[in-house]
Ligand binder design. Structure first.
Ligand code: G3I
Length: 349
């Protein structure tokens, strides 16, 4: 059987939804996507799906070598009350990562969102709040030491206009909560890579400048900040490709590891009824994913922390629930079949 016939046969068996694609895009389908790049390739993982959904878990097993917990390592889940920590589900994920040689990125220690009620209602002095912050970070980072390679220490601390968000942490501890958090995380784990993580860093240069100015100032005082997570919840039509490359390059040139930490590419920003994704939008999406991967691959190796796709397949994307709209932002479709974006990446990287 000649090579093209074999490709046709394999593609029709392995990945039927690629059949519509230009077959040359899919000729490497039996390769693992993470083998096609020289940086970690991750995905956001929902534990119940990992444990109970074979289609979902097979994609993670075969295509990714890094994992971020989509929710179960956030404060509301790990620290449900002042003197109670809940490790069971996060430990199951950590054990899966060890058994399957996947890197585990910790998301996230300090955030304004998904906080347990007791933190929102906690009454105490500034010293009490500093003790709360330190104990929260020490307990969690110590528990996962050696299993979690890196942490989003602080998530989404800035507003779009570049000012600091008035989170409960800023309200109770002032802006210094950021440097405190990084210092406590470093004391708890001398080896973990410590990240600041935020959204709109490509599309909003004012916010990006404010973040870099703040982090550079903290670093100049010895605050241990290793990298910046660019979440990259983006769209086919924005940000423009040059805005993305400008942002990625500005961050590594400021001597930070770059983690594209939550990548998804919406194709329905105006929430139209969209039962079936238009072919032309899927093609644009494929090209945008490839542009991002190629741009990222061109930065100096020492700044490549990795790319994490924020979810395995369109049916489980947070975007559909949060915005209550039809959307198709990921690499695999509702039936766990590869989309043109996957074919484009696996065939061109
Ligand atoms: O766990 C409860 C469940 O017990 C309850 O029955 C159910 C009722 O709806 O809610 C469940 O919690 C949901 C949780 O996801 C787990 O599924 C929350 O309502 C829901 O708000 C939460 O959404 C998550 C969102 O963060 C919260 O802000 C998304 O899955 C997650 O993808 C999203 O991820 C964030 C990053 O952490 C930070 N960057 C932005 C990104 C997108 O918002």
């Amino acid at each position: 059987m000649n090579r093209l016939l074999k490709i046709v046969f394999l593609s029709s068996i392995l990945y039927p939804s690629c059949q519509k694609e230009n077959l040359s895009l899919c000729e490497n389908l039996n390769n693992r996507l993470s083998d096609r790049v020289d940086f970690y390739l991750g995905t956001a993982v929902d534990l119940p799906n990992l444990l109970n959904n074979q289609d979902y878990s097979q994609i993670i097993n075969n295509q990714f070598n890094s994992v971020t917990a989509e929710n179960i390592m956030k404060p509301a889940y790990l620290h449900p009350s002042l003197n109670t920590y809940y490790w069971t589900e996060a430990d199951q994920l950590a054990d899966y990562c060890i058994a399957n040689s996947k890197r585990l990125h910790g998301h996230t220690l300090i955030w304004h969102n998904q906080l347990p009620e007791w933190i929102l209602n906690y009454q105490g002095s500034t010293d009490d709040w500093e003790n709360l912050l330190r104990e929260h970070i020490f307990q969690i980072v110590n528990h996962f030491k050696g299993k979690v390679s890196s942490w989003d220490v602080v998530n989404e601390a800035f507003n779009d206009d570049g000012t600091l968000r008035n989170s409960i942490w800023k309200e109770k501890l002032g802006p210094s909560y950021i440097e405190k958090a990084f210092n406590y995380a470093r004391q708890a784990d001398p080896n973990a890579k410590l990240f600041y993580n935020d959204y709109s860093l490509a599309i909003n240069p004012m916010k990006r400048t404010a973040v870099l100015n703040c982090l550079n100032s903290l670093k100049s005082k010895g605050t241990p900040i290793d990298g910046i997570g660019m979440q990259m919840h983006i769209f086919n039509s924005f940000p423009e490709n040059n805005e993305i490359s400008n942002a990625i390059n500005e961050i590594w040139k400021n001597d930070y590891l770059v983690h594209i930490s939550e990548l998804d590419i919406s194709i329905n920003p105006f929430s139209h009824a969209m039962q079936i994704p238009p072919e032309d939008e899927l093609k644009r999406q494929a090209e945008k994913y490839l542009y991002i991967f190629k741009t990222y691959d061109n930065i100096p190796d020492q700044y490549k922390f990795g790319i994490t796709i924020w979810g395995v397949s369109d049916n489980v994307s947070w975007i559909r629930k949060f915005y209550n709209r039809d959307d198709f932002p990921l690499l695999f479709d509702d039936n766990y079949q590869p989309k043109p974006a996957f074919c484009k990446l696996i065939s061109n990287l």
